[in-house]
Design a protein around this ligand. Structure first.
Ligand code: GLN
Length: 533
Protein backbone atom coordinates (compact mmCIF):
# COMPACT_ATOMS: atom_id res chain seq x y z
CA UNK A 1 0.00 0.00 0.00
CA UNK A 2 1.18 3.51 -0.82
CA UNK A 3 0.37 6.66 1.09
CA UNK A 4 -3.16 7.19 2.30
CA UNK A 5 -5.05 9.55 0.01
CA UNK A 6 -7.42 12.14 1.37
CA UNK A 7 -10.58 13.39 -0.28
CA UNK A 8 -12.51 16.27 1.26
CA UNK A 9 -16.13 16.86 0.38
CA UNK A 10 -17.61 20.29 1.08
CA UNK A 11 -20.95 21.77 0.19
CA UNK A 12 -22.16 25.15 -0.97
CA UNK A 13 -25.29 27.22 -1.71
CA UNK A 14 -27.77 25.32 0.46
CA UNK A 15 -27.77 22.45 2.92
CA UNK A 16 -29.43 19.05 2.37
CA UNK A 17 -27.76 18.52 -1.00
CA UNK A 18 -26.79 14.99 -0.16
CA UNK A 19 -23.08 15.36 0.58
CA UNK A 20 -23.36 12.18 2.62
CA UNK A 21 -24.76 10.24 -0.32
CA UNK A 22 -22.17 11.65 -2.72
CA UNK A 23 -19.37 10.81 -0.27
CA UNK A 24 -20.75 7.30 0.26
CA UNK A 25 -21.19 6.80 -3.49
CA UNK A 26 -17.66 7.89 -4.29
CA UNK A 27 -16.43 5.66 -1.48
CA UNK A 28 -18.38 2.77 -2.96
CA UNK A 29 -16.85 3.28 -6.41
CA UNK A 30 -13.32 3.36 -5.02
CA UNK A 31 -14.03 0.32 -2.86
CA UNK A 32 -15.30 -1.51 -5.96
CA UNK A 33 -11.87 -0.90 -7.49
CA UNK A 34 -10.32 -2.83 -4.63
CA UNK A 35 -9.29 0.03 -2.40
CA UNK A 36 -9.69 0.08 1.34
CA UNK A 37 -11.89 3.10 1.98
CA UNK A 38 -13.35 4.82 5.00
CA UNK A 39 -15.51 7.91 5.31
CA UNK A 40 -15.50 10.45 8.09
CA UNK A 41 -17.89 13.27 8.94
CA UNK A 42 -16.98 16.55 10.58
CA UNK A 43 -19.90 18.36 12.13
CA UNK A 44 -19.38 22.03 12.92
CA UNK A 45 -21.78 22.23 15.88
CA UNK A 46 -20.65 22.55 19.50
CA UNK A 47 -22.39 19.47 20.91
CA UNK A 48 -19.87 16.74 21.69
CA UNK A 49 -21.99 14.32 19.67
CA UNK A 50 -25.60 14.23 18.41
CA UNK A 51 -26.65 11.92 21.26
CA UNK A 52 -28.24 14.72 23.22
CA UNK A 53 -29.96 16.25 20.20
CA UNK A 54 -33.67 15.99 19.64
CA UNK A 55 -34.49 14.20 16.36
CA UNK A 56 -36.36 17.36 15.30
CA UNK A 57 -32.98 19.12 15.34
CA UNK A 58 -30.87 16.55 13.70
CA UNK A 59 -32.81 13.53 12.48
CA UNK A 60 -31.85 10.06 13.60
CA UNK A 61 -28.98 9.49 15.96
CA UNK A 62 -26.91 6.66 14.52
CA UNK A 63 -24.85 4.34 16.73
CA UNK A 64 -21.52 2.79 15.79
CA UNK A 65 -20.30 -0.65 16.92
CA UNK A 66 -18.00 0.95 19.48
CA UNK A 67 -20.91 2.82 21.02
CA UNK A 68 -20.54 6.28 19.60
CA UNK A 69 -23.71 8.30 19.05
CA UNK A 70 -23.15 9.64 15.58
CA UNK A 71 -24.48 11.65 12.68
CA UNK A 72 -26.89 9.79 10.45
CA UNK A 73 -24.54 10.14 7.49
CA UNK A 74 -22.46 7.36 9.07
CA UNK A 75 -25.48 5.17 8.41
CA UNK A 76 -25.20 5.95 4.71
CA UNK A 77 -21.48 5.19 4.78
CA UNK A 78 -22.11 1.79 6.35
CA UNK A 79 -25.08 0.92 4.14
CA UNK A 80 -23.12 1.76 0.99
CA UNK A 81 -19.69 0.39 1.91
CA UNK A 82 -20.74 -2.47 4.19
CA UNK A 83 -17.95 -1.63 6.63
CA UNK A 84 -18.35 -0.60 10.26
CA UNK A 85 -17.59 2.95 11.31
CA UNK A 86 -16.35 4.00 14.74
CA UNK A 87 -16.06 6.99 16.98
CA UNK A 88 -13.16 8.21 14.85
CA UNK A 89 -15.51 8.58 11.88
CA UNK A 90 -17.54 11.42 13.35
CA UNK A 91 -16.01 14.50 14.94
CA UNK A 92 -17.76 17.66 16.07
CA UNK A 93 -16.41 21.10 16.88
CA UNK A 94 -17.39 20.33 20.48
CA UNK A 95 -15.09 17.32 20.58
CA UNK A 96 -12.20 19.20 19.01
CA UNK A 97 -12.49 22.00 21.56
CA UNK A 98 -12.97 19.57 24.43
CA UNK A 99 -9.67 17.85 23.61
CA UNK A 100 -7.81 21.11 23.14
CA UNK A 101 -9.17 22.54 26.40
CA UNK A 102 -8.29 19.36 28.29
CA UNK A 103 -4.73 19.57 26.93
CA UNK A 104 -4.55 23.23 27.93
CA UNK A 105 -5.62 22.40 31.49
CA UNK A 106 -2.93 19.72 31.68
CA UNK A 107 -0.38 22.29 30.65
CA UNK A 108 0.44 20.52 27.40
CA UNK A 109 0.80 23.81 25.53
CA UNK A 110 3.70 24.91 27.72
CA UNK A 111 2.51 28.42 28.41
CA UNK A 112 1.57 29.26 24.84
CA UNK A 113 -1.57 31.21 23.97
CA UNK A 114 -4.04 28.60 22.70
CA UNK A 115 -5.62 29.72 19.43
CA UNK A 116 -7.86 28.54 16.59
CA UNK A 117 -4.79 28.49 14.37
CA UNK A 118 -2.72 26.39 14.99
CA UNK A 119 -4.19 24.56 18.00
CA UNK A 120 -7.75 23.91 16.86
CA UNK A 121 -6.71 23.32 13.26
CA UNK A 122 -3.92 20.96 14.38
CA UNK A 123 -6.42 18.95 16.39
CA UNK A 124 -8.72 18.77 13.37
CA UNK A 125 -5.83 17.63 11.18
CA UNK A 126 -4.80 15.05 13.76
CA UNK A 127 -8.32 13.61 13.61
CA UNK A 128 -8.23 13.38 9.83
CA UNK A 129 -4.93 11.52 9.90
CA UNK A 130 -5.92 9.31 12.81
CA UNK A 131 -7.97 7.15 10.47
CA UNK A 132 -5.09 6.44 8.12
CA UNK A 133 -3.44 4.49 10.94
CA UNK A 134 -5.90 1.73 10.07
CA UNK A 135 -4.17 1.38 6.71
CA UNK A 136 -6.88 2.87 4.57
CA UNK A 137 -6.03 3.67 0.96
CA UNK A 138 -8.59 6.46 1.00
CA UNK A 139 -10.00 8.58 3.77
CA UNK A 140 -12.98 10.60 2.57
CA UNK A 141 -13.86 13.45 4.91
CA UNK A 142 -17.23 15.12 4.59
CA UNK A 143 -17.37 18.63 6.03
CA UNK A 144 -20.81 19.31 7.46
CA UNK A 145 -22.59 22.62 6.92
CA UNK A 146 -22.28 25.00 4.01
CA UNK A 147 -19.16 26.86 2.92
CA UNK A 148 -19.40 30.42 4.23
CA UNK A 149 -20.83 29.40 7.61
CA UNK A 150 -18.84 30.87 10.49
CA UNK A 151 -18.89 27.50 12.23
CA UNK A 152 -17.13 25.53 9.55
CA UNK A 153 -14.24 27.99 9.04
CA UNK A 154 -11.69 26.09 11.19
CA UNK A 155 -12.47 22.88 9.27
CA UNK A 156 -12.08 24.61 5.91
CA UNK A 157 -8.82 26.19 7.08
CA UNK A 158 -7.55 22.76 8.12
CA UNK A 159 -8.40 21.41 4.69
CA UNK A 160 -6.46 24.30 3.12
CA UNK A 161 -3.42 23.43 5.22
CA UNK A 162 -3.71 19.71 4.50
CA UNK A 163 -4.04 20.32 0.78
CA UNK A 164 -0.80 22.25 0.91
CA UNK A 165 0.97 19.63 3.05
CA UNK A 166 -0.25 16.54 1.21
CA UNK A 167 0.07 17.72 -2.37
CA UNK A 168 -1.16 15.09 -4.83
CA UNK A 169 -2.42 12.92 -2.00
CA UNK A 170 -5.27 15.28 -1.29
CA UNK A 171 -8.16 16.57 -3.38
CA UNK A 172 -11.28 18.61 -2.71
CA UNK A 173 -14.70 17.85 -4.06
CA UNK A 174 -17.25 20.65 -3.77
CA UNK A 175 -20.95 19.99 -4.05
CA UNK A 176 -23.25 22.84 -5.05
CA UNK A 177 -26.79 23.41 -6.17
CA UNK A 178 -27.94 24.52 -9.60
CA UNK A 179 -31.51 25.76 -9.20
CA UNK A 180 -34.14 25.82 -11.91
CA UNK A 181 -35.93 29.16 -12.19
CA UNK A 182 -39.36 28.27 -13.51
CA UNK A 183 -40.28 31.82 -14.64
CA UNK A 184 -37.11 32.05 -16.74
CA UNK A 185 -37.24 28.35 -17.71
CA UNK A 186 -33.53 28.19 -16.99
CA UNK A 187 -31.01 26.53 -14.75
CA UNK A 188 -28.82 29.06 -12.96
CA UNK A 189 -25.14 28.56 -12.23
CA UNK A 190 -24.46 31.85 -10.45
CA UNK A 191 -24.92 30.42 -6.93
CA UNK A 192 -22.33 27.76 -7.82
CA UNK A 193 -19.90 30.39 -9.10
CA UNK A 194 -20.30 32.37 -5.89
CA UNK A 195 -19.90 29.35 -3.70
CA UNK A 196 -16.69 28.34 -5.44
CA UNK A 197 -15.43 31.94 -5.16
CA UNK A 198 -16.07 31.76 -1.44
CA UNK A 199 -14.04 28.58 -1.20
CA UNK A 200 -11.25 30.18 -3.24
CA UNK A 201 -11.24 33.17 -0.90
CA UNK A 202 -10.59 30.71 1.89
CA UNK A 203 -7.63 29.39 -0.04
CA UNK A 204 -9.10 26.26 -1.56
CA UNK A 205 -9.44 25.53 -5.24
CA UNK A 206 -11.86 22.62 -5.63
CA UNK A 207 -10.58 19.83 -7.88
CA UNK A 208 -13.96 18.40 -8.72
CA UNK A 209 -17.40 20.01 -8.69
CA UNK A 210 -20.55 18.01 -8.20
CA UNK A 211 -23.65 19.89 -9.31
CA UNK A 212 -26.91 18.89 -7.67
CA UNK A 213 -29.79 19.53 -10.03
CA UNK A 214 -33.22 18.19 -10.67
CA UNK A 215 -32.46 17.17 -14.25
CA UNK A 216 -29.46 16.64 -16.48
CA UNK A 217 -27.82 19.94 -17.50
CA UNK A 218 -26.68 20.70 -21.03
CA UNK A 219 -23.01 20.82 -22.04
CA UNK A 220 -22.98 24.60 -22.44
CA UNK A 221 -23.86 25.09 -18.80
CA UNK A 222 -21.21 22.62 -17.73
CA UNK A 223 -18.60 24.42 -19.85
CA UNK A 224 -19.67 27.70 -18.29
CA UNK A 225 -19.28 26.36 -14.75
CA UNK A 226 -15.87 24.90 -15.62
CA UNK A 227 -14.70 28.20 -17.08
CA UNK A 228 -15.83 30.32 -14.15
CA UNK A 229 -14.66 27.95 -11.47
CA UNK A 230 -11.17 27.00 -12.71
CA UNK A 231 -11.89 23.32 -13.19
CA UNK A 232 -11.70 21.17 -16.32
CA UNK A 233 -14.97 20.28 -18.02
CA UNK A 234 -14.53 16.59 -17.22
CA UNK A 235 -14.22 17.50 -13.54
CA UNK A 236 -17.74 18.91 -13.43
CA UNK A 237 -19.96 16.04 -12.43
CA UNK A 238 -23.73 16.13 -12.18
CA UNK A 239 -25.84 14.58 -9.51
CA UNK A 240 -29.39 14.88 -10.71
CA UNK A 241 -32.48 13.52 -8.96
CA UNK A 242 -32.85 9.75 -9.23
CA UNK A 243 -35.60 7.52 -7.87
CA UNK A 244 -33.37 6.01 -5.19
CA UNK A 245 -30.19 7.11 -3.44
CA UNK A 246 -28.70 3.72 -4.29
CA UNK A 247 -28.52 4.77 -7.96
CA UNK A 248 -26.16 7.64 -7.19
CA UNK A 249 -22.96 5.53 -7.38
CA UNK A 250 -23.91 4.49 -10.90
CA UNK A 251 -24.77 8.06 -11.88
CA UNK A 252 -21.31 9.13 -10.74
CA UNK A 253 -19.62 6.14 -12.33
CA UNK A 254 -21.16 6.90 -15.72
CA UNK A 255 -19.45 10.29 -15.51
CA UNK A 256 -16.14 8.63 -14.54
CA UNK A 257 -15.95 10.47 -11.25
CA UNK A 258 -13.85 7.79 -9.56
CA UNK A 259 -11.46 7.60 -12.50
CA UNK A 260 -11.09 11.39 -12.46
CA UNK A 261 -10.31 11.27 -8.74
CA UNK A 262 -7.63 8.64 -9.31
CA UNK A 263 -6.05 10.54 -12.19
CA UNK A 264 -5.91 13.69 -10.11
CA UNK A 265 -3.98 11.73 -7.53
CA UNK A 266 -1.58 10.36 -10.12
CA UNK A 267 -3.02 6.88 -9.85
CA UNK A 268 -3.82 4.60 -12.73
CA UNK A 269 -7.59 4.08 -12.89
CA UNK A 270 -7.45 0.76 -14.78
CA UNK A 271 -10.66 -0.98 -15.84
CA UNK A 272 -14.02 0.25 -14.61
CA UNK A 273 -15.56 -2.19 -12.09
CA UNK A 274 -18.82 -3.84 -13.11
CA UNK A 275 -20.64 -3.19 -9.79
CA UNK A 276 -22.45 -6.47 -10.36
CA UNK A 277 -23.94 -6.99 -6.90
CA UNK A 278 -25.00 -3.38 -6.70
CA UNK A 279 -26.71 -3.52 -10.06
CA UNK A 280 -28.43 -6.77 -9.12
CA UNK A 281 -29.85 -5.08 -6.06
CA UNK A 282 -31.16 -2.19 -8.15
CA UNK A 283 -32.56 -4.57 -10.73
CA UNK A 284 -34.46 -6.45 -8.07
CA UNK A 285 -35.81 -3.16 -6.84
CA UNK A 286 -36.88 -2.12 -10.34
CA UNK A 287 -38.37 -5.53 -11.16
CA UNK A 288 -40.55 -5.75 -8.06
CA UNK A 289 -44.15 -5.08 -8.98
CA UNK A 290 -46.11 -6.31 -5.98
CA UNK A 291 -46.03 -4.23 -2.84
CA UNK A 292 -45.79 -4.93 0.86
CA UNK A 293 -47.58 -2.46 3.12
CA UNK A 294 -45.77 -1.69 6.34
CA UNK A 295 -46.88 0.74 9.01
CA UNK A 296 -44.19 2.52 10.98
CA UNK A 297 -45.72 3.79 14.21
CA UNK A 298 -43.68 6.47 15.94
CA UNK A 299 -43.83 9.99 17.25
CA UNK A 300 -41.40 11.60 14.82
CA UNK A 301 -43.00 10.37 11.60
CA UNK A 302 -43.50 13.87 10.22
CA UNK A 303 -39.74 14.21 10.03
CA UNK A 304 -38.24 12.32 7.13
CA UNK A 305 -34.84 11.68 8.69
CA UNK A 306 -35.96 10.63 12.18
CA UNK A 307 -36.14 6.90 11.40
CA UNK A 308 -33.64 6.87 8.54
CA UNK A 309 -32.00 3.52 9.31
CA UNK A 310 -35.34 1.81 9.91
CA UNK A 311 -36.71 3.12 6.62
CA UNK A 312 -33.63 1.96 4.74
CA UNK A 313 -33.65 -1.45 6.47
CA UNK A 314 -37.29 -1.95 5.53
CA UNK A 315 -36.57 -0.90 1.96
CA UNK A 316 -33.64 -3.31 1.70
CA UNK A 317 -35.70 -6.11 3.25
CA UNK A 318 -38.54 -5.47 0.81
CA UNK A 319 -36.14 -5.62 -2.14
CA UNK A 320 -34.64 -8.89 -0.90
CA UNK A 321 -38.21 -10.20 -0.76
CA UNK A 322 -38.83 -8.89 -4.31
CA UNK A 323 -41.44 -6.41 -3.21
CA UNK A 324 -41.93 -2.68 -3.45
CA UNK A 325 -42.07 -1.10 -0.03
CA UNK A 326 -45.28 0.77 0.64
CA UNK A 327 -44.42 2.48 3.90
CA UNK A 328 -47.14 4.17 5.92
CA UNK A 329 -45.91 6.54 8.58
CA UNK A 330 -48.39 6.64 11.42
CA UNK A 331 -48.16 9.16 14.21
CA UNK A 332 -48.32 7.33 17.53
CA UNK A 333 -50.03 10.30 19.19
CA UNK A 334 -52.92 9.86 16.80
CA UNK A 335 -53.52 6.15 17.45
CA UNK A 336 -56.05 5.03 20.07
CA UNK A 337 -58.20 2.01 20.86
CA UNK A 338 -61.08 3.39 18.78
CA UNK A 339 -59.25 4.17 15.53
CA UNK A 340 -56.50 1.55 15.62
CA UNK A 341 -58.43 -0.94 13.52
CA UNK A 342 -59.16 1.65 10.85
CA UNK A 343 -55.55 2.80 10.77
CA UNK A 344 -53.87 -0.59 10.77
CA UNK A 345 -56.21 -3.20 9.33
CA UNK A 346 -54.98 -2.62 5.78
CA UNK A 347 -51.35 -3.14 6.73
CA UNK A 348 -49.38 -6.32 6.12
CA UNK A 349 -47.00 -5.66 8.98
CA UNK A 350 -46.42 -3.11 11.72
CA UNK A 351 -43.17 -1.77 13.11
CA UNK A 352 -43.26 0.03 16.45
CA UNK A 353 -40.47 2.58 16.57
CA UNK A 354 -37.82 3.28 19.19
CA UNK A 355 -38.02 6.44 21.24
CA UNK A 356 -37.82 8.21 24.55
CA UNK A 357 -40.40 9.63 26.92
CA UNK A 358 -44.12 9.58 27.40
CA UNK A 359 -45.40 11.37 24.31
CA UNK A 360 -47.29 9.06 21.99
CA UNK A 361 -46.74 6.02 24.19
CA UNK A 362 -50.45 5.19 24.57
CA UNK A 363 -50.74 4.96 20.80
CA UNK A 364 -47.90 2.47 20.77
CA UNK A 365 -49.65 0.35 23.41
CA UNK A 366 -52.87 0.42 21.35
CA UNK A 367 -50.86 -0.58 18.26
CA UNK A 368 -49.14 -3.48 19.96
CA UNK A 369 -52.40 -4.72 21.48
CA UNK A 370 -54.08 -4.57 18.09
CA UNK A 371 -51.24 -6.51 16.47
CA UNK A 372 -51.21 -9.14 19.20
CA UNK A 373 -54.97 -9.65 19.27
CA UNK A 374 -55.30 -9.72 15.48
CA UNK A 375 -52.13 -11.68 14.82
CA UNK A 376 -50.56 -9.06 12.55
CA UNK A 377 -46.81 -9.39 12.05
CA UNK A 378 -45.35 -6.89 14.44
CA UNK A 379 -41.77 -5.78 15.06
CA UNK A 380 -40.94 -3.76 18.16
CA UNK A 381 -37.59 -1.98 18.19
CA UNK A 382 -36.14 -0.87 21.53
CA UNK A 383 -38.95 1.26 23.03
CA UNK A 384 -41.22 -0.69 20.67
CA UNK A 385 -40.10 -3.92 22.34
CA UNK A 386 -40.61 -2.39 25.77
CA UNK A 387 -44.17 -1.47 24.71
CA UNK A 388 -44.78 -5.10 23.73
CA UNK A 389 -43.68 -6.19 27.19
CA UNK A 390 -45.78 -3.59 29.02
CA UNK A 391 -48.89 -4.30 26.97
CA UNK A 392 -48.52 -8.04 27.55
CA UNK A 393 -48.10 -7.48 31.28
CA UNK A 394 -51.23 -5.34 31.48
CA UNK A 395 -53.56 -7.27 29.23
CA UNK A 396 -52.36 -10.87 29.39
CA UNK A 397 -50.69 -11.21 32.77
CA UNK A 398 -53.33 -8.95 34.34
CA UNK A 399 -50.70 -6.73 35.97
CA UNK A 400 -52.81 -3.61 35.96
CA UNK A 401 -50.82 -0.40 35.67
CA UNK A 402 -47.62 -2.22 34.67
CA UNK A 403 -45.22 0.25 33.12
CA UNK A 404 -41.66 1.31 32.50
CA UNK A 405 -40.07 3.45 35.16
CA UNK A 406 -39.15 5.77 32.32
CA UNK A 407 -42.83 6.66 31.95
CA UNK A 408 -43.87 6.58 35.57
CA UNK A 409 -41.66 6.80 38.63
CA UNK A 410 -43.30 4.11 40.76
CA UNK A 411 -45.76 2.00 38.79
CA UNK A 412 -47.28 -0.99 40.61
CA UNK A 413 -45.36 -3.39 38.34
CA UNK A 414 -42.02 -2.23 36.98
CA UNK A 415 -41.80 -4.64 34.08
CA UNK A 416 -39.32 -2.32 32.35
CA UNK A 417 -36.86 -0.76 34.74
CA UNK A 418 -33.71 1.29 34.78
CA UNK A 419 -30.59 -0.82 34.33
CA UNK A 420 -28.52 -1.17 37.49
CA UNK A 421 -25.51 0.61 36.03
CA UNK A 422 -27.70 3.53 34.92
CA UNK A 423 -28.95 4.38 38.39
CA UNK A 424 -26.25 6.82 39.43
CA UNK A 425 -25.73 8.49 36.09
CA UNK A 426 -26.13 12.25 36.03
CA UNK A 427 -24.47 13.22 32.75
CA UNK A 428 -26.83 12.63 29.83
CA UNK A 429 -24.27 12.61 27.01
CA UNK A 430 -22.87 9.27 25.86
CA UNK A 431 -24.03 7.52 29.01
CA UNK A 432 -26.63 5.05 27.77
CA UNK A 433 -25.95 1.39 27.10
CA UNK A 434 -24.40 2.02 23.71
CA UNK A 435 -22.85 0.02 20.91
CA UNK A 436 -22.58 -3.65 20.02
CA UNK A 437 -23.20 -6.32 22.65
CA UNK A 438 -23.36 -10.11 22.43
CA UNK A 439 -26.68 -11.84 22.29
CA UNK A 440 -27.30 -15.58 22.50
CA UNK A 441 -30.38 -16.75 20.65
CA UNK A 442 -32.56 -19.67 21.62
CA UNK A 443 -32.70 -22.23 18.86
CA UNK A 444 -36.48 -22.70 18.91
CA UNK A 445 -37.24 -19.13 17.93
CA UNK A 446 -38.16 -16.89 15.02
CA UNK A 447 -35.00 -14.94 15.73
CA UNK A 448 -32.88 -18.07 15.20
CA UNK A 449 -34.81 -18.90 12.03
CA UNK A 450 -33.87 -15.46 10.76
CA UNK A 451 -30.24 -15.23 11.85
CA UNK A 452 -29.39 -18.95 11.58
CA UNK A 453 -26.80 -18.27 14.26
CA UNK A 454 -26.83 -18.64 18.01
CA UNK A 455 -24.29 -15.93 18.71
CA UNK A 456 -24.87 -12.50 17.29
CA UNK A 457 -23.88 -8.95 18.09
CA UNK A 458 -26.21 -6.01 17.70
CA UNK A 459 -26.06 -2.33 18.63
CA UNK A 460 -27.82 -0.72 21.55
CA UNK A 461 -28.98 2.69 22.70
CA UNK A 462 -31.11 2.59 25.83
CA UNK A 463 -31.20 3.03 29.61
CA UNK A 464 -34.09 0.76 30.53
CA UNK A 465 -34.41 -3.01 30.29
CA UNK A 466 -36.77 -5.94 30.67
CA UNK A 467 -37.11 -6.67 34.39
CA UNK A 468 -35.95 -10.28 34.82
CA UNK A 469 -37.99 -10.68 38.01
CA UNK A 470 -41.02 -11.14 35.76
CA UNK A 471 -39.36 -13.42 33.26
CA UNK A 472 -40.98 -16.66 34.40
CA UNK A 473 -44.44 -15.11 34.41
CA UNK A 474 -44.00 -13.91 30.84
CA UNK A 475 -42.59 -17.23 29.65
CA UNK A 476 -45.44 -19.19 31.27
CA UNK A 477 -48.03 -17.01 29.60
CA UNK A 478 -46.49 -17.32 26.14
CA UNK A 479 -44.10 -14.39 25.70
CA UNK A 480 -40.65 -15.96 25.42
CA UNK A 481 -37.32 -14.35 26.05
CA UNK A 482 -35.47 -15.77 23.06
CA UNK A 483 -32.36 -13.64 23.10
CA UNK A 484 -30.21 -12.73 26.03
CA UNK A 485 -26.88 -11.17 26.80
CA UNK A 486 -24.59 -14.01 27.97
CA UNK A 487 -22.64 -11.82 30.38
CA UNK A 488 -25.36 -9.83 32.08
CA UNK A 489 -28.55 -11.83 31.49
CA UNK A 490 -30.20 -8.71 30.00
CA UNK A 491 -33.09 -9.71 27.76
CA UNK A 492 -32.43 -8.77 24.16
CA UNK A 493 -35.32 -10.41 22.27
CA UNK A 494 -38.91 -11.30 23.19
CA UNK A 495 -41.36 -13.19 20.99
CA UNK A 496 -44.81 -14.71 21.12
CA UNK A 497 -44.30 -17.99 19.23
CA UNK A 498 -48.05 -18.66 19.08
CA UNK A 499 -48.42 -15.69 16.73
CA UNK A 500 -47.27 -15.48 13.11
CA UNK A 501 -44.48 -12.99 13.75
CA UNK A 502 -44.50 -10.96 16.92
CA UNK A 503 -41.01 -10.04 18.01
CA UNK A 504 -39.29 -7.23 19.84
CA UNK A 505 -35.62 -6.42 20.20
CA UNK A 506 -34.06 -4.33 22.93
CA UNK A 507 -31.30 -3.60 20.43
CA UNK A 508 -31.46 -1.69 17.15
CA UNK A 509 -31.10 -4.14 14.25
CA UNK A 510 -31.54 -1.27 11.80
CA UNK A 511 -28.01 0.04 12.39
CA UNK A 512 -26.25 -2.81 10.64
CA UNK A 513 -28.47 -3.45 7.66
CA UNK A 514 -26.61 -2.73 4.43
CA UNK A 515 -27.28 -2.99 0.71
CA UNK A 516 -25.28 -6.18 0.28
CA UNK A 517 -26.11 -7.58 3.72
CA UNK A 518 -29.63 -6.74 4.89
CA UNK A 519 -30.39 -7.40 8.54
CA UNK A 520 -31.94 -10.90 8.84
CA UNK A 521 -34.71 -9.83 11.23
CA UNK A 522 -35.96 -7.16 8.85
CA UNK A 523 -35.93 -9.65 5.96
CA UNK A 524 -37.81 -12.17 8.10
CA UNK A 525 -40.34 -9.59 9.30
CA UNK A 526 -41.11 -8.38 5.78
CA UNK A 527 -41.41 -11.98 4.60
CA UNK A 528 -43.94 -12.66 7.36
CA UNK A 529 -45.82 -9.51 6.38
CA UNK A 530 -46.01 -10.71 2.77
CA UNK A 531 -47.23 -14.13 3.85
CA UNK A 532 -49.85 -12.42 5.98
CA UNK A 533 -51.28 -10.54 3.00
N1 GLN B 1 -36.38 4.99 26.12
C1 GLN B 1 -36.02 3.61 26.17
C2 GLN B 1 -34.77 3.37 27.00
O1 GLN B 1 -34.00 4.27 27.23
C3 GLN B 1 -35.86 3.05 24.77
C4 GLN B 1 -34.74 3.70 24.00
C5 GLN B 1 -34.84 3.49 22.51
O2 GLN B 1 -35.90 3.18 21.97
N2 GLN B 1 -33.74 3.70 21.81
O3 GLN B 1 -34.55 2.28 27.43
Amino acid sequence: MGDTKYIFVSGGVVSSLGKGIVSASLGKLLQARGYNVTIQKFDPYINIDPGTLNPYEHGECYVTVDGHEADLDLGHYERFLNIPTTRANNITTGRIYQTVIEKERKGDYLGKTVQVIPHITDEIKRNVKLLSKNKFDFVITEIGGTVGDIESLPFIESVRQLKWELGKNCICVHLTYVPYIAAAKEYKTKPTQHSVKQLQELGIQPDILVLRTERLLNRDLIRKVALFCNVSVESVVQSFDVPTIYEVPLVLQRQNMDAIVLKKMDMNPGPTPDMKKWKEFLKRKADATETVRIALVGKYVELQDAYKSINESLLQAAIYNDRKLDLHLIHSEKVNATNVDKLLSGMDGILVAPGFGQRGIEGKFATVRYARENDKPCFGVCLGMQCMVIEFARNVLGLEGANSTEMEHTPPYKVIDLMEDQKNIVNMGGSMRLGAYDCVIRKDSKAYEAYREEHIQERHRHRFEFNNEYRQQFEDAGMKCTGENPDTGLIEIVEIPALKWFLGTQYHPEYNSTVVKPNPLFVSFVKAAIENK
